[in-house]
Design a protein around this ligand. Structure first.
Ligand code: SF4
Ligand code: SF4
Length: 419
């Protein structure tokens, strides 16, 4: 059934966000087209509609209509329902908000932030992929995009503790560190939760999970629902304040890290009462302090930089520091670090069923990168990238290994020197 579209609500939302950087970006594009070469969607499709600058259009039209000289003469043409329907796929399905285009843009235009703001306007109009909208509503109503309620969390943790004979503290009265988890890990990759627990216990960290605020991902942000984005952050803040944690650790999830670390305070409307660190940064800190004792890993591996951890997160070196001296046959892929290619599933694209084929096409870039290194296995520090790559691996019947970094580290802990 075709949904009703509230075009005026979209136009209002576009204009409401038009201050600071966003307004400047609307004026700055010189239409050079350089950004096309940086975008994985354009790279695989060669379709001009996948040029990043094209995604500016809906917001630029709303902007031009409101500014002189166009506003003196009744404004530029209005944004229409047909425009919104045409651009919906470009704003959601074919932008992972990876930020790669910004690196080549001579004007430094942050397309990713324009896409995030545009998604809010599309959501206000009642548009956006159904599955992404439902994931956000699940967050609001049940606590997580995959429906992991506090009681499901407690059951899962109890099961993992029994199964793995490991202590996973939840709802301690106080702790230095609040660990968050993503529901992808809880439901699809529970070994990753066990691995984080093993590593933190091994290093003697005073940490806990909390049933008040456990979900790291922020589907409110990804779907353009700013009220749900704020609610997600408030839950984690309440949980951290309840246990007086001064550090919140974000698990293997790129966008969870990016949203909380770089947008969290703005969304919340006040400074975050804790430091936000990605699990790779936290473990790198433990290694630096001599609290993480590891055996060595001899198989050949390469590392996929999750966009929101490396390029947009500023934490590309943490994973490499962890791999240093541990992975004895580590091979960098090219391009790497902040220039690495996206997996194709960031920005909520992984959750959009209708984008599946496009994602699989994008993954061919990653397959080529890995093949060129000759490594037998690909390491990821993001469960969302991992799920995207797992599904595409299966689609292409690609036989390379795919490992979680925390799981590899936990499997190779040297417990003879346990704290
Ligand atoms: S942010 Fe990434 S996915 Fe989006 S347009 Fe730019 S390069 Fe493409
Ligand atoms: S590279 Fe920058 S200035 Fe050039 S078309 Fe793309 S967004 Fe516009």
């Amino acid at each position: 059934m075709k949904r009703e579209v509230n075009v005026q609500a979209a136009a209002n939302k576009f204009l409401a966000q038009m201050s600071g950087n966003l307004g400047a970006y609307m004026e700055a594009c010189v239409k050079c087209g350089l950004c096309a070469t940086a975008c994985h969607f354009y790279e695989v499709s060669q379709d001009p509609k996948h040029t990043p600058a094209y995604k500016l259009f809906p917001m630029a039209r709303a902007y031009k209509r409101s500014k002189p000289p166009m506003s003196w003469f009744g404004g530029a043409p209005k944004i229409t329902e047909a425009d919104l329907r045409h651009w919906e796929e470009l704003i959601f399905d074919s932008c992972t908000m990876c930020g790669r285009c910004t690196q080549v843009c001579p004007m430094g235009i942050d397309i990713s932030s324009i896409v995030a703001a545009s998604r809010q306007a599309f959501a206000a109009a009642g548009l956006g992929p159904e599955d992404l909208r439902m994931a956000a509503e699940n967050v609001r109503d049940r606590g997580s995009p995959l429906g992991v309620t506090p009681s499901v969390l407690e059951d899962r943790i109890e099961w993992l503790e029994d199964e793995e004979e490991i202590e996973i503290p939840i709802d301690k009265a106080s702790a230095d560190v609040l660990l968050t988890v993503s529901s992808i890990e809880l439901m699809k990759y529970p070994d990753s939760v066990v691995a984080m627990a093993k590593l933190l216990n091994h290093a003697g960290v005073n940490w806990t999970l909390s049933s008040k605020g456990y979900e790291a991902t922020n589907f409110g942000f990804l779907s353009g629902k700013s009220d749900i984005a704020k609610l997600s952050i408030e839950r984690v803040v309440a949980a951290a304040e309840a246990v007086q944690a001064k550090t919140v650790v974000i698990p293997e999830c790129g966008h969870a890290f990016g949203v909380m670390r770089w947008a969290g305070a703005n969304i919340l409307g006040r400074p975050l009462p804790f430091e936000v660190v990605h699990i790779t940064e936290f473990l790198a800190g433990l290694k630096r302090e001599g609290r993480l004792k590891l055996k060595t890993l001899s198989k050949s591996v390469t590392y996929h930089d999750p966009c929101q951890i490396s390029r947009r997160g500023g934490a590309a070196d943490a994973a490499r520091y962890l791999l240093e001296g541990f992975a004895t046959d580590f091979r960098e892929m090219y391009p790497t670090h902040n220039h690495n290619w996206c997996c194709g599933g960031g920005g909520g694209v992984q959750a959009m069923k209708r984008a599946t084929n496009l994602r699989h096409q994008v993954f061919r870039i990653k397959m080529n990168q890995v093949e060129d290194t000759g490594a037998g296995s690909l390491i990821s520090a993001c469960a969302n990238c991992r799920l995207t790559m797992d599904e595409s691996k299966e689609h292409w019947k690609w036989d390379k290994g795919l490992d979680s970094l925390v799981e590899l580290l936990a499997e190779n802990l040297d417990d003879t020197t346990q704290h």
